[in-house]
Design a protein around this ligand. Structure first.
Ligand code: ZN
Length: 275
């Protein structure tokens, strides 16, 4: 392999890293309702606007040794890590799809889901703007977009119904628990809702499922959801062990299952004899 054969791969990685740099701004500003274009990048502590060479993906963070050039305030390692992750995402997707519009759109979809995952982890609520954009790009990425739309609708519908089933089950469990409490201490009745309604899973997950359907098709989407649940299980057990009360964000696990099914789905289907 000649050196210039590596150029397209390096280009894909570089494009991803530059987009990752913008993603950092989205993740930080969007959930707080701030503009993503104004003001330009600045240090959150000393407010000094950054120079162009402070904005080079990954390299700047290394050159500045993770500190603000002016006030030496530490810069989170999250910035170069996200740039690295988006660079790798672009590299993997373009390697699979070739340097095509389809490859570019799918890489953008995964990048948006990465942003949603990080926002979900930090804020426990995801912006519909990014979620709908990912779904739209996922449908447009496919040549047979009508088929992609069909698969997106099936997956989103299945997820919406699943959400009803799980919510019903969790609500019933909650109602039984309350009933037992009240039997033991009748005066508690005033403090509990008569018909407890617990909403399981986030609404954002439904859109992510649609996005998955558009890109993977129905069969591979099922593999992806299975993988996501498999990955979420130890995390949820760990959370219970640590007695953490907050709900586990599911979008990061959906993204992990999605990416694995996208990259290795055919091999997985062949291995379990479903192909
Ligand atoms: Zn500073």
């Amino acid at each position: 392999m000649e050196l210039y054969d590596l150029f397209p791969w390096f280009g894909a990685f570089l494009l991803g890293a530059v987009i990752g740099s913008f993603l950092n701004v989205l993740i930080l500003r969007l959930p707080q309702g701030q503009s993503v274009v104004y003001p330009s990048s600045h240090c959150p502590r000393c407010k000094q606007p950054l120079k162009w060479w402070h904005n080079i993906p990954i390299l700047s963070w290394l050159l500045l040794r993770g500190r603000c050039f002016y006030c030496k305030e530490p810069i989170s390692i999250q910035y170069p890590l996200i740039e690295l992750a988006t660079g790798l995402l672009f590299l993997l997707v373009i390697a699979k799809e070739g340097p095509t519009i389809k490859g570019l759109l799918i890489a953008l979809v995964f990048t948006l889901l990465l942003a949603l995952s990080l926002i979900d982890l930090r804020f426990k609520a995801v912006p519909d703007s990014l979620n709908l954009l990912a779904l739209t790009l996922a449908i447009l990425a496919q040549e047979d977009w009508l088929r992609a739309l069909h698969d997106a609708l099936v997956l989103a519908g299945a997820f919406a119904l699943l959400r009803f089933y799980v919510s019903y089950y969790v609500s019933k469990k909650e109602a039984l628990m309350i009933e037992r409490q009240i039997r033991r201490a009748p005066w508690l009745a005033d403090y509990y809702p008569k018909f407890p309604m617990v909403e399981a899973m986030g609404e954002g997950d439904i859109m992510v499922a649609g996005t998955m359907g558009a890109i993977l098709g129905i069969k591979l989407s099922i593999v992806a959801i299975f993988l996501a649940a498999l990955l979420a299980l130890p995390a949820s057990l760990l959370q219970r062990l640590l007695k953490e009360d907050r709900e586990l964000p599911f979008i990061p696990f959906l993204l992990a299952g999605f990416l694995l099914a996208y990259l290795f789905g055919q091999q997985i289907l062949a291995a379990i004899g479903l192909q």
